[in-house]
Design a protein around this ligand. Structure first.
Ligand code: CO8
Length: 257
């Protein structure tokens, strides 16, 4: 039974997850993050799920970690924080994850956005790492992922001033992929997910894995990793199906094998 999330099958192969804690602008408390990690763990091994869309409300994707909950933690509490494990499971989700963002994506909310592979945002969305205003710094990968995504100057500006950036600035910087009218954000994300749900699942997983590796490694080792994944896919039925379908001018049927 989910307390802070809503989950539904939006279309064949597409799971839609909504953050549903409106009274706190979807602040990510430990329980919510645990529910999210559990859902993604289950989706990872469910062959019916080919892509996941995560969204919030019109007002907030997520306004960060739950500040009230954080106030209860001393240094030892932070060291033993269960959220670290939840974030690790979210980061390890192997299938395509698309974020549909409106309103605030702040602190842990912005960090959650950076766990998505593709991000669609309404033009009034705001992205920021305001932790400095609480006397802390981002703690769910925000500094490391942000600098690799938007570069040093903008990452430093966001982390050190705490000031949010607009959707347009976020798109220019590569933090998000597309901007839409706010009322069309979810629809666009679901359309992208439907497209992904028609692709070869194993190839998608390898693509995600190899793209993620690019953020972690030097070019040489990243290229070697890509080469291995490319060779691995040559052994799949879906690769033969994809190539045959192209040559035979028909739509491929992928089976995840
Ligand atoms: N945590 C808890 N409650 C929140 C949060 C939050 N992050 N954000 C908003 N709320 C609550 C408010 O307290 C308020 O509740 P109430 O009505 O009961 O007082 C309700 O949501 C509505 O918020 P506001 O009245 O403040 O709405 P406004 O429109 O005036 O302002 C803002 C919206 C600008 C988003 C404002 O709420 C705000 O600044 N929120 C805090 C943003 C923030 O500082 N986020 C960063 C948190 S720290 C973090 O994310 C670190 C992550 C580290 C993870 C480490 C894991 C290991």
């Amino acid at each position: 039974m989910l307390k802070f999330l809503l989950a539904e099958t939006a279309s064949e192969g597409v799971l839609l997850i909504r953050l549903n804690r409106p009274e706190a602008l979807n602040a990510l408390n430990t329980e919510l993050l645990g529910e999210l990690a559990d859902l993604l763990d289950a989706a990872a091994i469910d062959p019916q799920v080919r892509a996941v869309v995560i969204t919030g409300s019109d007002r907030a994707f997520a306004a960060g970690a739950d500040v009230r909950e954080m106030a209860q933690l001393d240094a030892v509490g932070v060291l033993k924080d269960a959220r670290v494990g939840h974030w690790a499971r979210i980061a390890a989700f192997p299938k395509p994850l698309i974020a549909a963002v409106n309103g605030f994506a702040l602190g842990g909310g912005c960090e959650l956005v950076m766990h998505a592979d593709i991000v669609v945002a309404g033009h009034s969305a705001l992205f920021g790492q305001p932790e400095i205003n609480l006397g802390i710094i981002p703690g769910a990968g925000g500094t490391q992922r942000l600098i690799r995504t938007v570069g040093k100057a903008l990452a430093s500006q966001m982390v050190m001033t705490g000031e949010p950036i607009s959707a347009e600035r976020a798109r220019q910087a590569g933090l998000i992929s597309e901007i839409t009218e706010p009322e069309l954000t979810l629809e666009r994300a679901l359309t992208l997910a439907q497209t992904l749900a028609t692709k070869a699942p194993l190839a998608l997983q390898q693509a995600k894995d190899v793209l993620a590796r690019a953020q972690e490694s030097h070019l040489g080792s990243g290229l070697a990793y890509e080469r291995k994944a490319f060779c691995l896919l040559a052994a799949t039925q879906d690769r033969n199906e994809g190539i045959s379908a192209f040559l035979e001018k028909r739509t491929p049927t992928y089976k995840g094998r």
